[in-house]
Design a protein. Structure first.
Length: 218
């Protein structure tokens, strides 16, 4: 079974997806990390993230794999390098190229294979796994998402700076020419603004168990 979670940055997708995967005994797969990996690799090469041809060449020339749940580039674990300010600001730009997204989608689907997985990231339910048996769309207001991001990353940026980045990211994600952020027609909508991680996890797991029972009956 594929459990796919969509939604804007900072609404709890990654934390909840990990929690649900652990609860269900499924493999956790973060689709956004694959685009971040390409972005990180391109930045490390000194490349311009607005240069689509150059970014595409980077995506084609590196090998992205998963080892013990962490993203690796050419065999090197880079999981702890995928959420720097530079990657945050450029990942949305890099992932806007339809040709690059096609390459990354192929990698993601190959890794997913026939496993039971919980996956999250923008366009997960609409493009990457439109055939997922369980789809969810998480949402939360921008101010709450900014506070959550600061709590996760610690000191370094002011609330105003993080809020502006969140709003800019939302605008970019919702206006992409391919794979824009939107709610799948068959997705379960959950506003996480005033819910705890445990409460959101319980909602998701409840839906998954319900779908599993429906599948067993049919």
């Amino acid at each position: 079974m594929i459990v796919a979670i969509d939604g804007p940055a900072g609404c709890g997708k990654s934390t909840v997806a990990r929690c649900v995967a652990k609860e269900l005994g499924y493999y956790f797969l973060n689709t956004g990390s694959f685009y971040r990996a390409v972005t990180y690799a391109h930045i490390q090469r000194g490349g311009d993230c607005s240069d689509r041809a150059a970014c595409l060449e980077t995506a084609r020339s590196i090998e992205i794999t998963v080892r013990d749940g962490d993203i690796c580039i050419d065999g090197q674990d880079v999981e702890d390098k995928l959420h720097t300010k530079a990657v945050d600001m450029n990942a949305s730009i890099v992932s806007s190229d339809p040709a690059l997204r096609q390459i990354v989608t192929g990698i993601i689907r190959q890794i997913a294979g026939s496993m039971d997985i919980v996956t999250e990231g923008r366009d997960t339910t609409t493009v990457i796994f439109p055939f997922a048996q369980c789809k969810f769309y998480f949402d939360a207001n921008a101010e709450i998402r900014a506070r959550r991001r600061i709590e996760q990353q610690g000191e370094g940026q002011s609330f105003e700076e993080v809020l502006e980045l969140i709003k800019k990211r939302d605008h970019n994600d919702m206006n992409k020419e391919v794979g824009s952020l939107k709610i799948a027609e068959d997705a379960v909508y959950i506003d996480t603004s005033h819910l705890t991680i445990t409460q959101v996890c319980e909602k998701v797991v409840s839906v998954v168990h319900s779908r599993q029972k429906e599948g067993a009956i049919s």
